[in-house]
Design a protein around this ligand. Structure first.
Ligand SMILES: Nc1ncnc2c1ncn2[C@@H]1O[C@H](COP(=O)(O)OP(=O)(O)OP(=O)(O)O)[C@@H](O)[C@H]1O
Ligand SMILES: [Mg+2]
Length: 321
């Protein structure tokens, strides 16, 4: 992709679990995020979403493949060169409280990045506080508060404001709204969409809830047991999703509601593990349309339409006919 800000090429991560056991957390993932685009990564717990984010942010070592950022290979940067990447790639996690130090005021927390990266002096950074808070729709007086004096939604807004303070090129949000009440979550999602439009932000939005991820992204990458199984435009998700796993996620979100979603998570843990061990398609143990080829050979992502690709022998055959 020519205008890609981030490109993953065959990215893999294998954890050494000791006693000769290895866990393939991410398997041969290739994808790209264009400048100004919001790409969602969705899939159930343990499928490798955070591991991808952590490899991009140089928090976990890559064991296979490549990461390109702004056209440069940044795979496993040496310690001394990570700082520049950390200025350009910012991450927001699920639990905002964990990133605050309890005795640091919101103002100190918000200006820390600007000072740390030498973008502004402490005094100049403090002058910018009202603007930084306003950007996330918070009043200026919040600068004097301590983190425990904020609501969860306010805390997450402050964390987003700090991430944006140093004008990163890429914002990675890893389950950033998952712990919030539905109404607060909706407000933060709206805020993110406004910021994306105003600042031309490039975002990687990670989540397990397909409906949430769809609402703030341009494209969605669906992961299953470490592999990418489908990529498609968010606004055509319901109509065009073709992989049996994506269809199953869709059914659980849009028809059976929460109960269905929970059942999927509990029911299939051992099947997910079984899928990880296979040489073939990881979804094969759960798949209703699997054929003989699926257990022996792993399907690769193949284009089936505009901006749409799937890794599924059965569906690829149908779509391409
Ligand atoms: N440091 C680690 N050492 C060993 N295994 C790990 C480590 N980090 C993650 N894993 C394993 O790698 C797999 C992928 O984990 P990851 O955290 O990327 O999943 P996830 O998709 O982000 O899940 P969730 O939705 O629960 O956040 C899981 O099986 C997990 O147990
Ligand atoms: Mg995670």
């Amino acid at each position: 992709m020519d205008d890609a800000l981030l490109e993953l090429r065959g990215l893999s991560k294998t954890f050494d679990m000791g006693k000769g056991e290895r866990l393939r957390a991410v398997r041969d993932v290739s994808l790209a995020v264009r400048r100004g685009e919001s790409l969602g990564i969705v899939g159930e717990s343990g499928c490798g979403k955070s591991t991808i984010a952590r490899m991009v942010a140089q928090l976990t070592e890559v064991t296979g493949g490549q990461i390109l950022f702004d056209g440069r290979d940044v795979t496993n940067l040496p310690r001394g060169r990570r700082r520049e990447l950390w200025r350009r790639v910012q991450m927001v996690f699920q639990d905002p409280y964990s990133v605050f130090s309890p005795r640091m005021t919101v103002g100190d927390f918000l200006t820390e990045g600007l000072v740390h990266f030498g973008i502004a002096s402490r005094a100049k950074a403090r002058e910018r506080l009202p603007e930084l808070l306003a950007r996330v729709e918070l009043p200026p007086e919040l600068a004097e508060r301590l983190p425990h004096q904020l609501s969860g939604g306010q805390q997450q807004r402050v964390v987003i404001a700090r991430a944006l303070s140093i004008q990163p090129d890429l914002l990675i949000l890893d389950e950033a709204t998952s712990a919030l009440d539905v109404s607060v979550q909706r407000q933060i999602l709206k805020l993110l969409m406004r910021l994306k439009a105003e600042l031309g932000l490039t975002m990687l939005f990670i989540g397990h809830d397909l409906a949430v991820v769809r609402s703030v992204t341009d494209r969605i990458a669906v992961m299953y047991a470490g592999s990418l199984v489908e990529q498609l435009p968010s606004d055509r998700l319901v109509e065009t999703a073709a992989h049996p796993y994506t269809r199953r996620l869709l059914d659980s979100v849009f028809s059976t509601g929460d109960r269905g979603r929970k059942q999927i998570a509990i029911e299939d843990l051992s099947l997910i593990e079984k899928g990880r061990q296979l040489a073939g398609c990881p979804y094969q143990p759960r798949c209703a349309i699997a054929t003989g080829i699926c257990s022996g050979t792993c399907p690769s992502l193949t284009a089936v339409g505009e901006n749409h690709s799937i890794a599924c022998f059965a569906r690829q055959g149908e779509e391409l006919q």
